[in-house]
Design a protein around this ligand. Structure first.
Ligand code: GLA
Length: 699
């Protein structure tokens, strides 16, 4: 089997420096990219542990996450600790130069906890009490859960807070999954308290929720409840606030554990996000709470071009991290076990996935999990050490990737250079996802992915940004789905255009405020200055219906669009395309507004494929961006270091491709002059000259 990577096998993993009060919170150690994964040795007899660590050394592993699901073993009865096995494990790992990301086990409380505190079970929206024997946390607002979680976390921090093996803390696991909302009595009480703080008075709450509608007006705080299943649609403002509250309650749990750790340890604290996969956590807020951002990502096996979604998740993770390097906490060596069809990765695919994350800012490449589980729900999930053992393709590729990663240490700490920003706002997505919207066919996920895919194909590197963030660094900002927009965000976007930015806004944006109330002045009114249009009426299309558009600049193709149309009212914008037929026939479909030094584009229908490309390419011209000339499915990203740039080129095609670059290929050690050949299915990382050299022509 031919190798897709040309790195040499590292004889031993890089050691990590002992940490002390002056060491930076992350990254730790003298150099190198972290490599490893979740390690669950409690599933195996201790005799296996030595074999594990020896194989880890062979594979180039230098960091493992342990203890994530170990609460029942660490505290077998309430208040009774059994930490001996963890002592032995950490010593063993440390003796082999393997650093530890120590988990707090609070994602999965023990049987005794639920037997003693049955009121801490999560209750679903329909009143179902969620049982034991699975994973999934207790109710985040349960005082009993919070007490028990902080107690076990404190015990671990006291014991291991300064342990030389521990370089990072991994609090809980994937907050928000598998459940994010709790409709129990303790949650209802906490929700009321949260609302009191947010609104102060019941009058303010009634006004914000618009409770004059359907006679919901409240006269007593005690009557305000969680938005459980009701005979018809529940007040969307109430549901939106409950989504905010639920996210806040999870964050409170994180903070309590983090602070318990910080009282005894100077090591950095993280919790593993799921950037694009967990809709319920507002990661802009979460990222402010962690010392280093970490993320889990799994390919959508149903999508043959899942690597575009991977790139998007990596870009979103880096963006919530404020551009700083981040940790890829989990991905898979091959198939997962929880999708309908768990497609195994093809030879070389794991390395392409891993190094794409690295190219997009990850300074750690970690997997779920080290050794495949024999028992339990995840026994068919791939691992670094599969059931087939070391005589397997996956194991060989794991060792090759470990060797490659060990050649890339100098990339650590460098920052990705982005060309454009795409707006992303969890609150808006929560609101848009509620019931009774104008069309079930308009999906914010699809719109964001469609825009991202186009930018990716065009070779533009994307940052994601909150609509209220400073956008001045980006020549182009696209708002694929900004249904909810605050007055502050609208001012920000307008100022961005006036200062010379190019803004592209897609349909069903600028509709409601933070209470899911339609903006005064109607749809799009807050962005009317920037875009030079408003929307008089939504004109959604029937399932499968298409409308045709005609460009006003003489282009003779007649693109078709579907799902949506608007009755657009012009307030100074130029018409770029008109509807030829359909409910808005003759009216503006795509518009461009000159405002200040910039331009505001509005797309009032769902454009896909070439039609979306045609609009974005016109906007690139406004923004001074040009497209990459590389073939489709070859991605190139640049990381900028203090003195050097690193060009990471990933070839997803079945033919070798020449990518412009000058410098040194870090995996082969060879000089590169003019172009570097990236083999079919391969990855190349080139160290280039001065930081300001523009070797890859995407602009
Ligand atoms: C998540 C979890 C892991 C494991 C993997 C399986 O990311 O954090 O514990 O269940 O999924 O893909």
């Amino acid at each position: 089997m031919s190798s897709h990577l040309t790195g040499r096998l590292a004889p031993r993993p890089d050691g990590f420096l002992p940490v002390g009060p002056t060491t930076p919170r992350w990254p730790l150690g003298p150099h190198g990219i972290a490599y490893g994964g979740d390690y669950n040795p409690e599933q195996w007899p201790e005799e296996v542990w030595l074999e594990d660590v020896e194989l880890m050394v062979q594979a180039g592993v230098n960091l493992v996450s342990v203890g994530i699901f170990s609460w029942a073993l660490l505290e077998p009865r309430e208040g009774e600790l059994d930490l001996g096995w963890l002592d032995r494990l950490l010593e063993l790992l440390h003796a082999h130069g393997i650093a530890v990301d120590l988990g707090t086990p609070t994602a999965s409380p023990p049987a005794w906890f639920f037997a003693t505190y049955p009121q801490a079970h999560v209750v679903g929206r329909d009143g179902t009490v969620l049982g034991f024997g699975s994973r999934g946390m207790a109710g985040p607002s349960s005082p009993e859960y919070r007490r028990a979680a902080v107690r076990i976390t404190t015990a671990l921090a006291e014991r291991y807070g300064t342990h030389p093996a521990v370089v990072l803390w991994h609090v809980h696991n994937e907050y928000g999954a598998p459940v994010s909302e709790d409709y129990s009595p303790s949650s209802a009480a906490a929700f009321r308290e949260w609302l009191r703080v947010r609104y102060g008075t019941l009058d303010a709450l009634n006004a914000a929720w618009g409770t004059a509608f359907w006679g919901q007006h409240y006269g007593e705080w005690d009557h305000v409840g969680v938005p459980s299943v009701a005979p018809s649609v529940v007040n969307p403002a109430q549901r939106l606030d409950f989504a905010r509250f639920s996210d806040h309650a999870l964050r409170e749990c994180f903070r309590a554990e983090r602070d318990a750790i910080r009282a005894h340890s100077d090591r950095p604290v993280t919790t593993n996000f799921m950037a694009t996969a967990c809709p319920s956590t507002d990661l802009w807020a979460w990222a402010r709470e962690v010392d280093v951002v970490s993320d889990d990502h799994y390919l959508d096996a149903a999508d043959p071009r899942g690597y575009v979604g991977l790139a998007m998740a990596a870009d979103l993770t880096r963006s919530v991290a404020g551009g700083r390097p981040w940790i890829l906490m989990e991905h898979s060596t091959s198939a997962v076990n929880w999708q309908p069809r768990n497609v195994a990765k093809r030879p070389g695919e794991m390395a392409r996935n891993a190094l794409t994350h690295l190219g997009r800012g990850a300074d750690a490449v970690l997997f779920f999990q080290w050794r495949a589980s024999r028992s339990g729900a995840e026994k068919f999930h791939s691992a670094m050490l599969p059931h087939a053992g070391t005589s397997s393709r996956v194991w060989r590729e794991v060792c090759e990737l470990g060797a490659a990663v060990s050649q890339l240490g100098e990339v650590r700490g460098s920052r990705v250079v982005a060309d454009a920003a795409v707006l992303w706002d969890w609150e808006s997505f929560w609101a848009q996802d509620l019931e009774w919207r104008p069309s079930v066919d308009l999906d914010h996920r699809e719109r964001v992915a469609a825009v991202y895919d186009r930018l990716w194909r065009d070779g533009l590197t994307v940052d994601f940004a909150h609509p209220e963030a400073d956008l001045s660094a980006y020549p182009l900002v696209v708002a694929p789905a900004s249904y909810l927009i605050s007055a502050a965000a609208a001012r920000n976007l307008t100022a961005y255009v006036e200062a010379g930015g190019t803004l592209v806004v897609l349909c069903f944006s600028g509709v409601v405020d933070e209470h899911d109330a339609v903006h005064p002045g109607g749809y799009l009114a807050p962005l009317a200055d920037a875009l030079g249009v408003t929307v008089e009426e939504f004109l959604p299309l029937r399932a499968g219906e298409h409308v045709r558009l005609a460009w006003t600049d003489g282009e003779d193709d007649e693109p078709a669009s579907d799902v949506w149309a608007d009755a657009v009212v012009l307030h100074g914008a130029d018409v770029v395309a008109r509807y030829v037929d359909g409910p808005a026939a003759g009216g503006p479909a795509v518009t461009r507004n000159s405002r200040g030094d910039g331009a505001g584009w509005y797309v009032s229908t769902r454009l896909t494929g070439d039609a979306l490309a045609a609009v974005l390419h016109r906007a690139y011209a406004d923004a001074g961006l040009t497209r990459s000339e590389l073939p489709d499915d070859v991605e190139v990203v640049r990381r900028r270091g203090a003195e050097r740039d690193y060009v990471v080129a990933v070839n997803h095609t079945e033919a070798a491709v020449a990518v412009p670059a000058d410098g040194t290929d870090l995996l082969s050690g060879e000089r590169v002059a003019g172009t570097v050949k990236v083999p079919a299915g391969g990855v190349v990382v080139v160290r280039t000259g001065a930081a300001d050299a523009r070797v890859i022509d995407v602009g």
